[in-house]
Design a protein around this ligand. Sequence first.
Ligand code: NDP
Length: 304
Amino acid sequence: MSGGGATAGGASDGEAAGAKLIDGKAEAAAVRAEVAADVESRVAAGARKPGLATILVGDDPASAVYVARKIREAGEVGMNSEHHALPADVSMQELLAVIEDCNRDDGIDGIIVQLPLPAQLDEDAAVAAVDPTKDVDGLHPVNQGALFTGRPGPRPCTPVSCVHLMDTTGVDLAGLHAVVVGRSALVGKPVSMLLLERHATVVLCHSRTADLQRQVESADVLVVAIGSPRAIPGEWVKPGSVVIDVGINRVDGRLVGDIDFDVARQRAAYITPVPGGVGPMTVAVLLRNTRDAWLASLASESAA
Ligand code: NDP
C-alpha cells in the first residue's frame, strides 16, 4: 500500500461513497455454527460435552445481561454451563475459592470471571487465579505474555473479533497504517499486538495522545475503544479506510459507539455498526476459545 490517496477500500479522498457495513451478527452466526457442528459431531462420537463456568459478582445490570447471553449461546452450541452468582460484598478469599473449584473441575473447560468486579476485589488477582488453560477470555498474564511473544494460547475475544471483522473485508492488513485509540489490557493493547502480528504498522493512542485528530486522520485501519459516545468525529476518518468501533455506550436509551457513525460511514470503505458489529462477535469468539480449550483437554485426557 502506498502512502496517501486511496487506502484500504479504494475510495479516493473527498469521495462520499458510503461505507459497506461489516455485519458482526452474520459473522458471529457463522462462527457459532462452526463451533456447534464440531461439538455435535465429537459428542456424537462419545466425547463429553464442553463446559463453561461463568462467575458474576454483584447485580450490575449490564454485566448480568452479558453473562446471560454467554450462558444462552453456550447452550445453543451444545455446551454445558455452570453459573456462579456471588453477592456484591463477597470476599476475595471466597471468590478465589470459587475460581479454584472451577479450575479443579474436569468438566469445566472455560472460566469467565465477568468484569468489572466490585471495588473491594482485586481484578488482576482474580484473572491470574484462573487456570491459564481454562482462561477463555485470554486475559491471564501467561496468555497475555504468549500474545506478546507470539506463542500459542487463547487470545482475548474482543481484539480477535476486531481482526476477524477486518478480514471479512478482504483487505490485506500487511503494511497498512493502523491506529488504535484506547490502551486497555482488555482491548487496545491486545488488538495492537494482533495487528502487529498481521504486519500492520501500529500507533496506539490514549487520553494523553498529542493531536489525536492527526493520528486518526492517518489511519488506513482505525480501531476505537475508549467508552465515550461519538467522541471521534466522523470528519477525522480517512476516506477509504476500515473502521472498527468497539465502544458500547447507552445514550437516550440507544446503544451508540465511540465514533460519530453517520459521518464516518460516508468516508470509510468499511465500518462496523453499533450495535451489531464487534459485540456479537465477541461472544462467538469466546465460545470458539472454549471449544479449543475443550479439544486440548480431550487430547490430554486421551493421552493420559
Ligand atoms: P477502558 O476504560 O479500560 O479504557 C479506555 C481507554 O480509552 C483508555 O486507554 C483511555 O486512555 C482511552 N481514552 C478514554 N477517553 C479518551 C479520549 N477522549 N481520547 C483518547 N483516548 C481516550 O475501556 P475498555 O477498553 O474496557 O472499553 C472501551 C469501550 O469498549 C467501552 O465502551 C466498552 O464498553 C467497549 N467494549 C466493548 C466490547 C465488545 O464486546 N464490543 C468488549 C469490551 C469493551 P488512558 O489510558 O490514557 O486513560
